[in-house]
Design a protein around this ligand. Sequence first.
Ligand code: GYE
Length: 321
Amino acid sequence: MRKCFYIFACIALLLSGCSSKRQEGKADPGSAGKSKNLIVVGLSQVGSESDWRLENTRSYRETFTEENGYYLIFEDAQQKQENQVKAIRDFILQEVDYIVLDAIAETGWDEALMEAKEAGIPVILSDRSVKVEDEGLYTSWIGSDFKKQGKRAAKWLLDYLEKQGRSEEQIKIVTLQGTLDSTAQLGRSEGFLQVMDKQENWIMLDQAPGEFVQAKAKEVMEYFLKTYPDIDVVICQNDNMAFGAMEAMKESGRSYGKYGDIILISFDATKAALEAVEKGEINADFECNPQLGPLVDETIKKLEAGQEAPKIQYVDEGYYE
Ligand code: GYE
């Protein structure tokens, strides 16, 4: 009888062990990559909210190929931080070699990144950064200097107003913010406000999140237009939101851009937006480089060679007007 119980308990233990590793019978892609001697990368992407994001995903997929020595496990978090945390935990179970995280928000990562550290898996932040108690929880951050982008936009506006002879005028501004607490939103806001704080005649009438999404931004812009009849400048923290704002302005009969009444400023400089700059619909667009795959690759190759990677790596960017 006792022996029987023993056998039973052993089988139960074995089964529970299996299910925690294999996750509901999912194949283990990590070991598939390892058996081919490839570097296994678990990448948690924010989602597919914008044209910039699609380009960014393309860059990762083109970089982390078998020909380049990689096995990529790509997880789309569909704009949910809880999905990103789950992805990190799955990557740890699959014993990936590196975790690449494009974080939806800056806060809320200490626990998951600690688990990765305990598992001995280096975490590379790409595009957006995180705020953690211990910066040793990630190896490197590769992305844009968003604060610089914001500052550059404000300086451009200062210059533009001067050329238009409007330096002394009261300038009323609204901002369509990206996802709150994301590095892109925080940096672009902070940089812009730093310059704006010194301009006594600039007034921020309102700012509200459009989540980097065209349809959402259109709704917010409709509200702004109804609430504030005399907007001079619209700052859109990405191109898709600029397109949403344009739709709202068009529908309400307002003119904008180089030849219109409302100055339109945007960030990203995607292909479609540059065409709009060309037509004069967007006054100025501040570049944000989505081609981050090769830089993450370079960093991983450095770490593989036993070298240190820089803690922060910014990409070079300009602007278009
Ligand atoms: O500006 C926006 C995207 O984090 C730089 O996220 C990225 C931003 C980009 O959805 O279009």
